[in-house]
Write a protein that binds this ligand. Structure first.
Ligand code: SF4
Length: 388
């Protein structure tokens, strides 16, 4: 692809942002600040039975390692509520209890020491009558709340008024519930208005952003399997985050929750809203390619997974345009004639046979990462990899 002009290399100045963050009030979800004064946080939700404390904590540990900032756990029964204190105590990241239907579990979660409670006003019985008591309990324990309005469980009154879960209906529900909490002098809450259609969801959040200074939790609900859900979430979040709207995000995928966290991180990194970590810049391949670019890019990506330093690695399929592009990255390869020219910071450091490209890149990446401060304990990215 002769005209490929990717801008490579780590920027010297901070990345530009598309728009300043929308100003919000600031709240805390345990140790994590949520609002325009804090970085945008990535959330996910456990898929284990909450009653299985060990399995839930194990999954939370995996989510934490993947970069999850805040985790939500479902609390559908008394047994789940009983598991919450141990989960809240031992989790490395703040735990939000997700409550539907039964208001008594809201109190149980607050008592259990959860950092926050997500309430769904549309399906908690007589929710509006409980707001005063919930606000008081949350205030007493320093617990924050998420008012989580969802298209699938919208208040019946609003469904009748609007005919379906329109952006206006979602926002009216959220604003009404927010006003109830505020009447009781409770302000430590964020809001979500999720819908499975990105266009409806984006419009709802835009309207909500104009209606108050609440921190907003973004989500496209039931976004689907990994491929579709990733695209739906990325497009919807991109539309909102590029206008400064959104303070926490959750990518909902019909896939293991660690995947949600990886996608969430990538979305924020792609928009320059979180420092970039590993970035693979690989060419799409074309008729000039003299190597299997897809395989090479996959192997390099797998080999470098886990690196936490900002490293830009270029994988280019030919020597015609490859060298110029690879030269601009921290590390790169331009392939051709059964060989790979390896570049580090713009200099060709060696030429290796094609069969050694991946292992050489991994070695060099690990060395650069170490120089950049990557913790090395025998478990460097290179050491974890078996190269095929
Ligand atoms: S093989 Fe890759 S680097 Fe070479 S011209 Fe084609 S797309 Fe560009």
């Amino acid at each position: 692809m002769g005209a490929m002009n990717v801008s490579l290399g780590m920027p010297k100045a901070p990345d530009p942002v598309l728009a300043p963050r929308r100003r919000t009030r600031q709240i805390k979800v345990g140790s994590v600040g949520v609002g325009s004064e804090s970085p945008i946080s990535v959330q996910s939700m456990t898929t284990t039975n909450t009653t299985d404390v060990n399995a839930t904590l194990q999954q939370i540990a995996e989510l934490t390692a993947a970069g999850c900032d805040i985790v939500r756990v479902a609390c559908p029964s008394a047994d789940d509520a009983e598991a919450l204190p141990a989960i809240a105590r031992h989790s490395q990241i703040p735990v939000i209890a997700d409550i539907h239907f039964q208001p008594k579990y809201v109190y149980a979660a607050i008592e259990a020491g959860c950092a926050a409670v997500r309430v769904n006003p549309g399906n908690i019985r007589k929710f509006d009558d409980q707001v005063k008591e919930i606000a008081q309990a949350a205030k007493d324990h320093g617990t924050s709340i998420r008012i989580g309005v969802n298209a699938g469980s919208l208040d019946k009154r609003l469904l009748e008024k609007y005919g379906k879960a329109t952006p206006e209906a979602l926002v009216e529900s959220a604003v009404w519930e927010a006003s109830l909490f505020e009447e009781h002098d409770f302000h430590d809450f964020k809001i979500s208005v999720k819908h499975n259609d990105p266009v409806t969801m984006v419009r709802a959040y835009e309207l909500l952003a104009e209606a108050g200074d609440w921190p907003l939790h973004l989500g496209v609900t039931e976004a689907g399997p990994a491929f579709q859900g990733t695209i739906k979430s990325a497009t919807a979040f991109g539309a909102l985050l590029s206008k400064g709207i959104g303070d926490t995000i959750r990518v909902s995928l019909s896939a293991p929750p660690v995947e949600e966290v990886k996608v969430g991180q990538q979305i924020l990194q792609g928009l320059g809203l979180r420092p970039r970590k590993l970035e693979i810049v690989s060419c799409p391949s074309c008729g000039r390619a003299q190597v299997d670019v897809y395989k090479l890019a996959d192997e390099v990506t797998a080999g470098l997974e886990g690196l936490t330093v900002p490293l830009r690695v270029a994988v280019m399929g030919c020597v015609v345009n490859g060298p110029g592009e690879a030269r601009e990255a921290d590390l790169g390869v331009a392939s051709g004639n059964g060989k790979g020219q390896i570049f580090v910071k713009g200099e060709v450091i060696k030429t290796v046979p094609e069969s050694q490209i991946v292992e050489t890149l991994i070695e060099e990446a690990s060395r650069i990462a170490e120089e950049m401060g990557e913790p090395v304990d025998g478990e460097t990215a290179g050491a974890q990899v078996s190269v095929g």
